[in-house]
Write a protein that binds this ligand. Structure first.
Ligand code: MRU
Length: 358
């Protein structure tokens, strides 16, 4: 299925077969591995397919992973037995499978926990109502994320002035969320407010989310974007071309240390060396109060082939050893502020996060 350029980008939605009833329904997601060449949507209610879609980055970006997982649980329940107690067991088993797809983005675990909690609240309902309620909860998670993006956009746009250039890494835009993104939400909002904002997008090796996804969605959104290779960021900053760095986050520890796409830590060091403000934009669901600091954040290790080949063509010799961590951790001390849906956390991030969570 192809999409028209004018439709809003919706990386993942619940497609109800008989609205307003949510059940039966399917999960409809944009296959991001085919961008920018093709815009292809896939519809499925199969848990294993959705687990694979998350693992292989057909859907990616922390909030979108959480939304997809919630919808995958709801879709899978439709094939479940006619006993609510058994549906609850199925929910648990499916949640375990989804939890094993990607370890770093905490939004995945947050969304699974929320669905489990809703399951417990609905345990006395008849099976059909139980399925409907869980589908509704998944849709609520999506809708709330859309509102969160708008709020992050409003708070973050206040940090941008007319004529600014923002450097960003990976993709933390519409393709990673239910609406305008996290790191890109302030850019879209400032643009809507009439400010001239330009973006420099890091290509983001090895899977090129910056080149394939961020550049694509910003061009589509009529935002000026310039693509650079990751190793050009220092030069671009020294030339004074960057007013601020905005990135997303996959997990923020209680002390403000932040895991995001590999390369983010290096950018934070460069930004500090060049006195460029470095902002993390993320919803509260990305803050993990159970993780005291960044050393406790699990870092996803991905296949060597992502580094030794691209689009099926080898770019390194056979037999070479590869290290391929998908994320790194930026220490809180290098982060100027965290932009959330509830406002901007500055200064001592640990106490700022603790105060904001109350
Ligand atoms: O491996 P990916 O493409 O899922 O990594 C995505 C990122 O690192 C994003 O910056 C992060 O998830 C924030 S998305 C709003």
């Amino acid at each position: 299925m192809t999409n028209s350029e004018t439709e809003p980008l919706r990386p993942v939605v619940w497609h109800a077969h008989n609205p307003p009833q949510r059940v039966p329904g399917t999960v409809r997601y944009l296959d991001q591995t085919r961008l920018p060449g093709e815009v292809v949507y896939i519809e499925t209610d199969q848990l294993d397919e959705l687990c694979r879609a998350i693992r292989e980055l057909q859907v990616r970006g922390a909030p979108a992973i959480g939304i997809t997982a919630a919808m995958a649980l709801a879709a899978n329940l439709q094939h479940g037995p006619d006993e609510t107690a058994e549906l609850m067991q199925q929910l648990e088993l499916s949640a375990e499978k989804l939890a094993a797809t990607r370890p770093t983005a905490v939004n995945l675990f947050w969304a699974l926990e929320r669905m489990r909690r809703r399951g417990k609240e609905c345990r006395l309902l008849p099976p059909e109502s139980f399925k409907e309620e869980l589908a509704l909860e998944a849709c609520r998670i999506r809708d709330e994320d859309a509102a969160t993006c708008v709020a992050i956009g409003r708070h973050g746009a206040a940090l941008l002035k007319d004529g600014d250039t923002v450097l960003t890494h990976c993709n933390a835009g519409a393709l990673a969320t239910a609406e305008t993104g996290t790191a890109l939400a302030p850019v879209y909002q400032a643009h809507t407010d009439g400010k001239r904002i330009a973006v420099i997008a890091d290509e983001t090796r090895p899977l090129l989310q910056g080149a394939r996804l961020t550049a694509w969605e910003l061009i589509r959104g009529d935002i000026e974007v310039t693509l650079i290779c990751d190793n050009m960021a220092a030069q671009v900053m020294r030339e004074g071309r960057v007013n601020a760095v905005f990135t997303g986050a996959d997990r923020i520890a209680a002390n403000g240390d932040t895991a995001n796409k590999i390369g983010t830590y290096g950018l934070a060091l460069l930004a500090n060396a060049h006195k460029v403000p470095f902002y993390i934009c993320a919803p509260f669901s990305t803050i993990d109060m159970q993780t005291p600091d960044g050393s406790q954040i699990p870092i996803e290790q991905r296949a060597p082939e992502e580094v030794t080949a691209f689009a099926g063509a080898r770019t390194a010799p056979e037999g070479v050893k590869v290290y391929n961590p998908a994320f790194d951790v930026t220490p809180a001390a290098l982060i100027s502020a965290i932009v959330t849906e509830h406002g901007i956390i500055r200064g001592d991030l640990k106490s700022g996060i603790a105060a904001a969570r109350q």
